[in-house]
Design a protein around this ligand. Structure first.
Ligand SMILES: [Zn+2]
Length: 92
């Protein structure tokens, strides 16, 4: 899974965060993955994700308001909780 930009072209300080997480299905297997990032001057976070439930790859944007942060799969419509995504996010 790839982010829609070239990381080598990104200036330091562009992102508030950029992080990659494995996502588990309901059996606890890591069948999905998400990369989430937010640019410093933007309120919306953007993501690319492979849904752990249906395996569909998608991208989208959302404003995370309260924890735990969740995104919804555009294909199977399940809600996916992001594990501790921002606490451990690497500061760029
Ligand atoms: Zn899905």
């Amino acid at each position: 899974m790839r982010v829609p930009f070239n990381l080598a072209d990104i200036k330091p300080g562009t992102f508030a965060y950029l992080t990659k997480r494995k996502l588990k299905n309901k059996e606890g297997e890591e069948t999905g993955e998400i990369i989430v990032w937010r640019k410093k001057e933007e309120e919306e976070s953007r993501f690319v994700m492979r849904c752990p439930f249906c395996g569909v790859e998608q991208e989208g944007s959302t404003v995370f308001t309260r924890r735990p942060y969740r995104v919804r799969c555009s294909d199977c419509d399940r809600s996916i909780t992001l594990p501790k995504i921002l606490n451990e996010a690497k500061k760029k």
